[in-house]
Design a protein around this ligand. Structure first.
Ligand code: MG
Length: 323
């Protein structure tokens, strides 16, 4: 959906939109998987009040985002920013039931299932070092932790997404072999994950690498319909990488409203691909995504006000009200 209108705050005139010029061979429609409330806010220094988080999620849903990952049921000791996971989902009520949540293990799954949630995600690493640093598990131990989590989630009727981080490079191990990523991803899918999100956690990937990785999955019998791509803009490559993914037939892309969050190990302040920047490109390509750009910019500008600093999204800065 292409939207018109103006951002709240007024006085800016009509919202700018790109001219839609489609390119043959790209998907007609894509799904944007919104990660701002979880991946974004978990990396904020400040703890955002639960009512602000809930309004952020509601605004993103109202902006047409079909999937808004709301929070993580990780132990509060590890991510104090998301210690209010139960409270947030209770505040959201019925609106939150269609929101995916992260569950690191069976205990997290129990918390999500107790609330009647139906979409969960597990978070694995393609590399040994990040499995150790992020999950306190060896590479193989992480799969042993996920297996009962995924199996029990599926038995309870929940859908499971598998995340894989460090798919394009690792800050400790350097280059990550494509075959290794395919092997790790296959293990998550074989367990019962319906979708695999390939994360460029430190933002080092480039378009040829994206195409080679998607092609390697296809050779292993995993087509682009089962993949999602999760890019970080640390080195300015995120949109180029999305375009490569579109050319390779991928139709799900993760993005974070306002460009919130990122990887704490990346040196640059820039992190997650901003949803608004993605939407601008998709609108320009005439690719349907269901989101209302003006409403997204409003939501991100509003959240930037709560966080006390401007959004890193180029599109929010260009279209927003200067918060
Ligand atoms: Mg991310």
């Amino acid at each position: 959906m292409v939207s018109t209108g103006s951002t709240s705050g007024g006085g800016q005139g009509p919202l700018g939109l790109p001219m839609a010029v489609p390119v043959d061979g790209l998907p007609a429609a894509v799904t944007i998987y919104e990660v701002g409330p979880r991946d974004g806010l978990q990396n904020e220094k400040a703890v955002v009040p639960v009512d602000v988080k809930a309004e952020f999620v509601v605004r993103l849903l109202a902006a047409g985002m079909p999937l808004v990952e709301a929070t993580s049921f990780v132990h509060p000791q590890w991510v104090p920013q998301l210690a209010d996971a139960e409270e947030l989902m209770q505040v959201l009520g019925a609106a939150g039931r269609r929101c995916p949540v992260l569950v690191p293990n069976e205990r997290g799954l129990d918390r999500a299932l107790d609330l009647g949630l139906e979409h969960v995600a597990v978070f694995g690493s393609a590399t040994e070092t990040f499995a150790s640093k992020n999950l306190n598990r060896t590479y193989d131990e992480q799969f042993a932790m996920f297996e009962p989590t995924v199996r029990r989630a599926r038995a309870a009727g929940a859908d499971v997404r598998g995340y894989l981080s460090m798919c394009f490079g690792d800050p400790w191990e350097g280059a990550v072999e494509i075959d290794r990523v395919v092997q790790a991803g296959k293990r998550l899918l074989d367990m019962g994950a319906s979708q695999l999100s390939l994360g460029d956690t430190i933002g080092v990937g480039t378009p040829g690498h994206v195409k080679a990785l998607v092609a390697a999955f296809e050779e292993a019998g995993i087509g682009p319909a089962r993949l999602a791509l999760h890019f970080h803009d640390t080195y300015g490559q995120a949109l180029a990488n999305v375009y490569a993914g579109l050319e390779a037939g991928v139709t799900t892309f993760d993005a974070s409203a306002g460009g919130l969050g990122g990887c704490p190990y990346a040196k640059s302040a820039t992190g997650n691909l901003a949803t608004e920047d993605l939407v601008w490109m998709l609108d320009g390509l005439g690719i349907d995504h269901g989101a209302d750009l003006a409403a997204l910019v409003d939501a991100s500008t509003w959240m930037a006000g709560h966080l006390g600093r401007p959004s890193p999204s180029a599109v929010v800065r260009a279209l927003g009200t200067g918060v």
